[in-house]
Write a protein that binds this ligand. Structure first.
Ligand code: M6R
Length: 621
């Protein structure tokens, strides 16, 4: 939540920061702002609303300079106003910073500082600017960079909470100081083509710097870096120097563009066949009929000892975990459960050294998931990550795991990450299954079917216009049910979440069998149901549930197996999907629901990629 960015180099900072903010906009879009030093003074510009409104405002003023910071906000403390927009300054306007995170003791700090500092916003972040200013004496400023660094260190010793910050000061014009504590900071390096001087990009994730560099370092909690054109130094907050390891980012800039699609969400839905191949490539052995996920990092003996699997995640990632639960139970015969991270972290979960915990997260930064991960580790479980963003905190704090290789996912509504997460959970289940009870023939059949999935996804994507027509028809309803049974229940949950998230239509998902225990009372000609009735062992049962809805005159949209004529007899609105093995069917069945939600939202004129009140990376509790 909130995206921060900084640039120091030889190029004009404003366009780099603005473009970077667009890449980070998925992290929050209540307001945005930037500050740029021209070597003598710092100019600040802020605006309420999305990056477009900042961009419009920037057309009216020139902000020259080659060092700057910028921020896109998801409001936590203080309303959505220009005063609360970042960057925030100390009293004189000379010290200025951007912050991502939450300062838990900001009230106490503000009270103490208020006697000598004037606050102009309601935010927790502004406290940081005044606190650093308080520790930066005028006479120290002759020491330039060192003085600024020391003042930041001293100030942060008084702070409780999470922060990713970038600080600059008018008196130390060619310098940025950045610190990480609980909120991610990535630093990218490049060299100016002409002068060969260093250029640095700082951001909450690597996407804003992909156009300029693939070489990055990830700050750890409690680390601070000082960046000048001459170079970069990193310290702990206890002032010990640290050597950082440079990593290479695999993602490219093009992947983070819309590539002609109207929205990132649509592009990411269409990415699925390709990135699905990336998720499974090199991770199975067809001859052995098994998966081989090296990141599991467990001996065969340890694998045999596991008697319980828990998937921990939030939102869409938890629904991908549910598919993993079915797969583990069916293939490996190991009891498996799914826990919403925000619940797991505050219970006293029963977890021991025979428990395998998979922590699933697209961003790898979700605060609740991270806290649950730490709790599970503390209790001695094997904790493995299923993560998209390379180098993210969850990826680094787990003792192994697998990147899902979905590439940058920028729409707030998760699509391609979901299918790839589900695919990886199924591969893990197969790996355990083959080590325990699954036959070579079954393993082989399953992998053959998995390899066929991208082709089958394409068979759904070519039906986009048909799905759009149906979506337009359903867009005027106020409420919808989503029904699925067995392995399709998580599909129903995901379909309902997608719809409410981007269209703001009220949607609820139920296992088909639950309808007669209450929800059926709501069914009417005004309350339609989206039902997943693909052919599986619960097909007949699902048909009965669908008939119950039909008998009460509830309109139906059916997701059915290709060639199933019965579906057409029940409802005029059917989307057909190709058949695959039952456990893999959710990988296909979810796609029409993603497209359905997308087109309903477009029909209603919603801001599909940036739905109200949400942000992609939920780094606060
Ligand atoms: O980054 P994560 O996968 O940890 O995020 C978890 C949820 O916040 C996320 O899946 C959310 O539910 C999506 N916006 C749903 O589309």
């Amino acid at each position: 939540m909130c995206g921060i960015i900084g640039y120091i180099g030889k190029k004009p900072a404003a366009p780099i920061l603005l473009q970077g903010l667009r890449r980070l906009e998925y992290r929050g879009y209540d307001s945005a702002g930037m500050a740029i030093s021209n070597g003598e003074t710092i100019a600040r510009i802020r605006s309420v609303g999305k990056i477009d409104s900042l961009s419009e405002k920037m057309k009216t003023v020139e902000i020259p300079g080659t060092v700057g910071i910028a921020h896109t906000r998801w409001a936590t403390h203080g309303g959505v106003t220009e005063e609360n927009a970042h960057p925030h300054t100390g009293c004189g306007g000379k010290l200025i910073l951007v912050h991502n995170g939450i300062i838990e003791n900001y009230r106490e700090l503000k009270e103490v500082l208020s006697s000598s500092h004037v606050f102009t916003s309601e935010t927790d972040s502004e406290v940081l600017a005044h606190l650093i200013e308080e520790h930066l004496k005028q006479e120290d400023l002759q020491q330039g960079v060192v003085a600024l660094r020391k003042a930041v260190e001293k100030a942060l010793a008084h702070v409780r909470g999470t922060y990713g910050i970038v600080v600059m000061h008018e008196a130390v014009p060619h310098c940025l100081v950045t610190v990480r504590m609980g909120s991610p900071i990535v630093i990218g390096f490049a060299e100016d083509e002409n002068s060969h001087e260093h250029e640095y990009y700082i951001a909450s994730d690597a996407s804003p710097m992909l156009a300029y560099t693939k070489k990055v370092i990830f700050l750890e909690d409690g680390e601070l870096s000082v960046l000048t054109r001459e170079g970069m130094e990193t310290f702990t907050l206890k002032d010990e120097q640290v050597q950082k390891h440079v990593e290479e980012i695999e993602w490219n800039d093009e992947q983070a563009e819309k590539q002609g699609f109207a929205h990132f969400m649509l592009k990411e839905i269409f990415d699925q066949p390709t990135v699905f191949e990336d998720a499974i490539r090199g991770r199975y052995d067809l001859a052995e009929g098994t998966a081989k996920l090296g990141g599991l990092n467990m001996t065969e003996e340890q694998m045999r000892q596991i008697n319980r699997v828990i998937f921990i995640a939030c939102g869409t990632a938890s629904y991908a975990g549910m598919i993993g639960k079915y797969a583990f139970e069916r293939l490996a015969g190991i009891p498996a459960e799914v826990e919403v991270a925000s619940e797991f972290r505050y219970r006293d979960p029963i977890v021991d050294e025979r428990t395998l915990v998979f922590v699933i997260s697209q961003s790898g930064e979700t605060a609740d998931t991270l806290a649950a991960l730490r709790e599970a580790k503390r209790k001695g479980a094997f904790v493995r990550g299923i993560v998209n963003v390379i180098g993210s905190t969850i990826a680094r704090e787990t003792d192994g795991g697998t990147y899902i290789h979905a590439g940058p996912e920028l729409a707030v509504a998760s699509t391609k990450a979901y299918t790839n997460m589900a695919a990886v959970t199924i591969l893990y289940a197969l790996q355990f299954g083959r080590a325990r009870r699954v036959s070579l023939a079954t393993g082989h059949r399953m992998l053959q079917a998995l390899v066929e999935i991208p082709k089958k996804m394409n068979q759904i994507l070519v039906q986009t216009e048909h799905i759009e027509r149906i979506a337009k028809k359903f867009a005027s309803y106020q409420d919808m049910f989503f029904l699925g049974r067995g392995v399709n229940f998580p599909v129903a949950l995901e379909g309902a979440l997608k719809l409410k998230e981007i269209s703001y239509i009220h949607a609820e998902a139920y296992p088909g069998g639950e309808m007669k225990h209450g929800p059926l009372a709501l069914v009417s000609p005004e309350f339609p149901t989206v039902a997943i009735m693909t052919k599986d062992q619960l097909y007949e049962k699902m048909m009965s549930n669908i008939e119950e809805v039909k008998a009460r005159k509830g309109p139906l949209l059916l997701i059915a197996t290709e060639g199933d004529e019965k579906a057409k007899e029940i409802s005029p609105d059917v989307i057909y999907v190709p058949e695959t093995m039952e456990l893999l069917q959710p990988l296909l069945n979810t796609i029409p629901l993603q497209l359905f939600a997308y087109f309903v939202a477009v029909e209603l004129g919603r801001d599909v990629d940036r739905p109200r009140n949400l942000a992609k990376s939920v780094t606060v509790e």
